[in-house]
Design a protein around this ligand. Sequence first.
Ligand code: NG6
Ligand code: CA
Length: 517
Amino acid sequence: MSSNRFYLGCSIFAAAAMIGCKPATKPANSASAKPNVVIIYLDDLGYGDLSAYGATAISTPHIDALANGGVRFTNGYATSATCTPSRFGLLTGEYPWRNKDAKILPGTAPLLIDTAGQTFPKMMRSVGYQTAVVGKWHLGMGTGVVDWNQHIAPGANEVGFDYAYVMAATQDRVPTVYIDNGKVDGVQSNDPIFVDYDKNFPGEPTGLENPELTTMKWHHGHNGSIVNGVPRIGFMKGGDSAKWSDVDLAFHFLAKAQSYVKTHKDKPFFLYYALNQPHVPRTPNPMFVGKSGMGPRGDVILEADYCVGEFMKTLEAEGLLENTLIVFSSDNGPVLNDGYYDDAVEKLGSHKPTGPLRGGKYSLYEAGTRVPFITYWKGKIEPKVSDALVCQMDLMASVAALVGGETKNLDSQNLLDVFMGKSDVGRESLIIEANTRTALRKGDYLMIPPYDQAPVNTEVNIELGNSPDYQLFNLKSDIGEQTNLAKTDTAKLREMTEAFEKLRGSAYGDVQKLELK
Ligand code: NG6
Ligand code: CA
């Protein structure tokens, strides 16, 4: 019970009498104690996917309540245009391009984060916090050869989370099971689970060979093992009792996040609640099927909004709202067809998941990394819209400043005042990343160096930002990146390439390309 609620029952007494109501020891998680910190992180939600960010074809009232009651950032970035590197940046405070393995990982990948290094949850733990992750992990686990029937380590627990209830990778990758502090939840010794990303297990159906067994059709990739009628990436055998139900997945994680709050409210906690929506396969609970009129992608956005609302109700019911900083964001930008025929393209109508931005998931153009980004703290953060340049990577140093933690030599910058809405002075610059290609945002400008790769990913139908020429955009006057200024504003291009080279250093493999043509 929070001290606020405790005093409620005493409010009719005079102040002197209230002293008699005071508990002998003050609850640790009271308004004057260290605040709880919750990061609510969506998967592939675009800059234009929320009504608070301008969407009119879809309504997201619960997330909007955070956006309209807190700081709504218009220049908030993930480090990357895909999941694994963005999560790496968020949880380590380091640019993912410093780690050559920070790419989209298979479900069997070893743990990506160095267990000896600094992490966000370790920093929180060092100042007395309880720490938890619930939801999508996708940062690898184990050392490369995993027996899914034994305790799997190292993983989220070993990089600082006291409690970790996660899916290993993504909803479209095997193993399709929950992992509870390193143990597959519900696996039984008489039906062990096996996972392989190279070859199928003899006799097991796949999306490729047994399309008649699928209820969702694959478009590209996603033709491995079939679980619940959905063909996945990779192969899996056994573990029937442990397999998740896709339509219940969001509610399952929600319940875990809620129960974590309820059982840990007496001491400060750090909770990273990583939802699965609207990543593929989009499998809305029956409660939301057909509700958006946009097909499953819209329906699962409504489902995610509902989950956020329910989670907020729990914080409120537990008396924690005034003492909890909530950060809301997404790991990368939107994609419609990400490998399944699910009507995301056909039923989109007038909705623009990217908002006014160019590109999408996987892209160096803005829609790849610029995402919804909200900070909310009832009674502490005044509602405002902020155009300050901020990155998810900055949360670690900023929250450290809030809770009295320490960070050393990180790329993460302390922007606490910006996140609290007290300052509009964000980052000077930021390197964004898309599948190891990088670009520089500095001031109002974005500079993308030349890249030889294909300009468009034709499978997902997204412009990737690649061009044999330099690209330079003024994002303030040209948010849609339509006018390449590289040839006309050569002074700005030179300033940007020099700054880029300095920040990127030898980690940028093709430094010679930076010599202006
Ligand atoms: C891609 C998958 C895509 C998605 C993505 C990871 C194929 C053809 N495409 O490789 O469906 O799973 O990886 O998304 O397999 S992320 O949001 O986790 O980065
Ligand atoms: Ca993602």
